[in-house]
Ligand binder design. Sequence first.
Ligand code: ZN
Length: 474
Amino acid sequence: MRITFYGAAGSVTGSRHLLEAGGRRFLLDCGLVQGRRSESDRMNRDPGIDFRSVDAILLSHAHIDHAGSIPTAVMRGFAGPVFSTPATRDLCSILLADSARIHLADAEFLNRLEGRRGSRIEPLYTPEDAMASMELFHTVPCGREFEPFDGIHVRFLEAGHILGSAQILLSCREGGRAVEILYSGDLGRTGMPIVMDPDLSPRPDFLLMESTYGDRVHETHEDSAGRLAGILDSTFSRRGRVLIPAFSVGRTQDILYHVRRLYESGSVEPAPVFVDSPLSIDATEIYRMHPECFDSETRRLVAGDEGPFSFDQLHFIRTVEGSKALNGVREPMIVISASGMCEHGRILHHLRNSLGNPSDTVLLVGFMAEGTLGRRLAEGAGKVRIFDEEIEVKARVEQIGGFSAHADSDGLYRYAETAGGSADRIVLVHGEPSQSSALCARIREGTGRTCSVPARGDVLDLGPSPGNSGRGRG
Ligand SMILES: [Zn+2]
């Protein structure tokens, strides 16, 4: 039994872990590498995996850094099943198509730049490729065991990260004994809105877990909601608008949930809320279709009326004309738009319109990667460039970190202690090196378990039974 790390090892994107167990080859997630263009493009075009030899993909959730290379796998000969929860499958149908459209637009842009010189750049994959890969999906809800191949049993368990997100528990026989392997996928936080809390019940022999915030502790949900109320109140009293760049899946729905609660409790005088992103609208529609993923509080809301994504002040904008029409309205309002890191999409038009206005607030609620416009705003840039226009930042820029959909250092440690309490070995993936190594040290010290952080390309030989280390770095 062994595991090879093809991505998200010493980094956070491109989750692709090849697990060889029970005589079969499973790919745990098949995600896109994101970041510096030339490097990520190379790793996405050729992930280095012989996809024809992979028996099945087990998919933890729909985020593109976990699912975005499935079309590439299919183009390179993968023909097996992709197992996921039903909500993950539905979210993949819109996210993979959206990813394909971005690759197509990128390739067209680069080909225009090149003119007739040089060879044509082909998109990583097309919307047709994305659609073809959807045919391979098989869905199984959380908690129900299935047997993808004789003698191998798999169960998805709630991960509490986004709609449909799951941990993956695989049981098989190795060297004459039963072995359980648990992959955390991306792990959410206890008490997050909408989705259920992460399931901490499994007791595997081997644990592969994420470490995104291995060295950071988040603000509480209550503190975050309180700060949101304060920011809305003060901006509305200046008759300004609050502009929120947000990821289409997860963050947009969480923000809607909080705003609705603040409006209903009377903490904030309600102003109109506009969700201006076709992808966010589609994703919200899919949230509505999966009440089986909701926590008890959200179920109560749904049972009461139309659910957390419908309230009087909420408007969804699909058309470009509708989006542009917002520019002419100078009244208190909230505009939620994508992309989350302000790199492309309609948020750029809204930023151009709002950044020069001292009455407005730009509210950053997500992780902003280095080199993005969102990061420059977060770091307090006085001037930024949007569409080749230099804009002086006069609007207030605020940040709330407590809406993160990832467990923080304490949450991850608790998970390692409970779900990993039986494990002979714990391996940390999906984290920048400083975050993973801090968590690794904490787990070793606190639990006495063997813990390691592999690098990309490492092979961890688990032998006929877990506990034998390979050449993964300690
Ligand atoms: Zn994720």
